[in-house]
Design a binder for this molecule. Structure first.
Ligand code: ZN
Length: 106
């Protein structure tokens, strides 16, 4: 699994851990550290990383201030599943998007 993610202007460390509390993963916004439960399946570890990365996006872009607890969780869960489904059902779009966003001057 990837060891770090750049999210906005921040770099988040990604660690696989034996115990992520009661959750599949956690996102520490202060230490910028995402922890993923290592006993999960490959699919679940990656979906959890996407989930925690979306929490980090909410924090980094100041969206979290508009949510309270479970409201953020509902939004993040919907985006996790929705974005993953969008890209797996539209692989050509996912490839084109990454290419278009990383090309310079085109
Ligand atoms: Zn969450």
């Amino acid at each position: 699994m990837i060891k770090s993610l750049k999210i906005a202007a921040s770099s988040y460390t990604v660690s696989e851990v034996a115990n992520a509390g009661a959750d599949f993963g956690t996102c520490d916004h202060i230490m910028r550290h995402i922890r993923i439960k290592k006993t999960l399946s490959k699919r679940d570890r990656h979906m959890t990383l996407l989930h925690e990365a979306i929490h980090a996006v909410c924090q980094e872009y100041g969206i979290s201030q508009y949510f309270a607890g479970e409201a953020e969780e509902l939004v993040v869960r919907s985006l996790e599943v929705g974005v993953a489904n969008l890209f797996t059902e539209n692989k050509a779009f996912a490839r084109e998007l990454i290419q278009a966003l990383t090309e310079r001057g085109k």
